[in-house]
Design a protein around this ligand. Structure first.
Ligand SMILES: [Ca+2]
Ligand SMILES: [Ca+2]
Ligand SMILES: [Ca+2]
Ligand SMILES: [Ca+2]
Length: 230
């Protein structure tokens, strides 16, 4: 390669890099939480488990990687809290409020159970990972549960027939709770307003979840009315 074409090639590569870096306009976000066992259906048994929710906003065209770090299966304290917990995550992606999206609010648009380890230090393929391209800007949410609960349970935030891994994790592992960490990496576009809704401190999750859903419905009705007026 001549000196001139070599310089041209370097300039071309630099230009491409600048474009791809320019597309990554938002930094990675890391959030964490803890699922707990409880008696959610009041049958006298602590055989139910909470399901956490991570809510966020994205720009149109955003492409996000959702990478879970949870299962401390082989004795590594991955999150550095001096205890070992096991969670066999299942994640679901829902539409929150994304105007123009063909799927209704609370509609499920993606999920993952076990997959690649990702780049977050996972040591177990029980950890979930999901890559998703968002055509419509708006608010979405991801639910994090142990194994697979019902669709409605993911929305309500509690698994009423929990058969999860952590309860039988074995000596040295916690049996009443399990920790998770989620890394949200925008490969394209932006992600913002990331927050976790934990159901662990709610005394009667089902009632309050129904109440919250009612409020959401009321809010949606108000928005619809307001929309008609304008
Ligand atoms: Ca129960
Ligand atoms: Ca991972
Ligand atoms: Ca730990
Ligand atoms: Ca899993």
């Amino acid at each position: 390669m001549s000196k001139r074409s070599c310089i041209f090639a370097i300039a071309l590569i630099a230009g491409v890099m600048a474009i791809s870096i320019g597309g990554r306009s938002q930094a990675t976000v890391v959030v964490a939480g803890t699922l707990v066992t409880l008696d959610g259906d009041n049958d006298g048994f602590l055989d139910d488990a909470t399901i956490d929710r991570v809510t966020f906003d994205v720009t149109a065209g955003a492409f996000i990687t959702f990478d879970i770090l949870a299962d401390e299966a082989i004795g590594f304290d991955l999150n550095g809290d001096n205890e070992l917990t096991r969670l066999n995550t299942f994640i679901r992606l829902f539409v929150g409020n994304a105007p123009g999206h063909p799927i209704a609010p609370d509609g499920n648009i993606g999920f993952d159970d076990n997959g690649a380890l990702g780049s977050d230090g996972s040591i177990s393929t029980f950890d979930s990972i999901l890559n998703f391209g968002f055509q419509f800007a708006g608010t979405y949410f991801l639910t994090i549960e142990d194994r697979v609960s019902g669709f409605a349970e993911a929305i309500a935030g509690i698994d009423l027939d929990h058969t999860g891994l952590w309860a039988s994790a074995g000596p040295g592992f916690a049996t009443d709770h399990a920790d998770w960490q989620l890394t949200l990496t925008p490969q394209e576009g932006e992600i913002s307003n990331v927050f976790v809704t934990a159901h662990s401190a709610i005394p009667e999750p089902t009632t309050i979840a129904l109440f919250a859903l009612g409020l959401l419905g009321l809010g949606a009705a108000r928005r619809r009315r307001h929309h008609h007026r304008t």
